[in-house]
Design a protein around this ligand. Structure first.
Ligand SMILES: CC(C)(COP(=O)(O)OP(=O)(O)OC[C@H]1O[C@@H](n2cnc3c(N)ncnc32)[C@H](O)[C@@H]1OP(=O)(O)O)[C@@H](O)C(=O)NCCC(=O)NCCS
Length: 165
């Protein structure tokens, strides 16, 4: 069974320190960097099962947060869909760069950019096990209300309990 996912939101209220340098690029700036595009595609292809979903998300991406190693090679990415509120998708860091605060820096820089641009809310959906990462950056998990008790037999239209959100 796949791991449950949680929805998170954050209302940016100020700038926070970012432990690593992160570039916050518009889409034209990002696609001008072909090696970085290639690395992003390699990471998405190997770290996520849903390449079709990636292509659907890609169509709406407006910003890409990028971290680079000391040689300038991109090794961490995060995509931002930005109609009005922002949605973070596909936070991914190369295996060799993990455990050093890269994802945390990508997310924190994105929240700072949202604050500076007056974005009301930032949202994301992620595996439950990454809750410490996102809560550490200032996100709050949207808790689902407990499943209500099913109605007594004959009182409901459906046999399945409806999940309140
Ligand atoms: C998840 C991922 C982005 C984390 O990147 P990272 O740069 O190693 O993360 P950070 O070093 O910034 O971690 C910051 C904190 O997040 C938490 N965290 C990071 N990776 C975690 C993991 N795999 N499981 C649980 N918590 C994790 C820890 O609390 C960590 O703090 P600590 O190092 O003091 O313990 C990276 O492992 C990755 O690319 N995984 C594959 C793709 C993926 O699952 N992306 C998430 C999609 S929502």
């Amino acid at each position: 069974m796949s791991e449950p996912e949680l929805h998170y939101f954050c209302k940016p209220t100020g700038e926070r320190p970012v432990a690593r340098v992160v570039e916050f690029l518009t889409m034209p700036e990002f696609i001008a960097d072909e090696p970085a595009c290639k690395t992003l595609w390699e990471l998405v292809s190997t770290q996520f099962r849903t390449r079709g979903k990636f292509l659907a998300v890609w169509a709406g991406v407006r910003f890409v947060a990028v971290h680079r190693d000391i040689d300038g090679t991109a090794d961490g990415f995060l995509l931002v869909n930005a109609p009005i509120n922002w949605q973070i998708d596909y936070v991914v860091v190369a295996a060799s760069a993990r455990g050093q605060g890269v994802a945390s820096a990508l997310v924190t820089e994105t929240l700072n950019q949202a604050y500076l641009r007056g974005v009301p809310y930032v949202m994301l959906t992620s595996k439950e096990s990454l809750r410490p990462l996102y809560e550490g950056c200032g996100f709050v998990a949207v808790e689902e209300e407990p499943t209500p008790n099913p109605l007594p037999a004959g009182r409901g239209l459906s046999a399945s309990p409806v999940r309140a959100r």
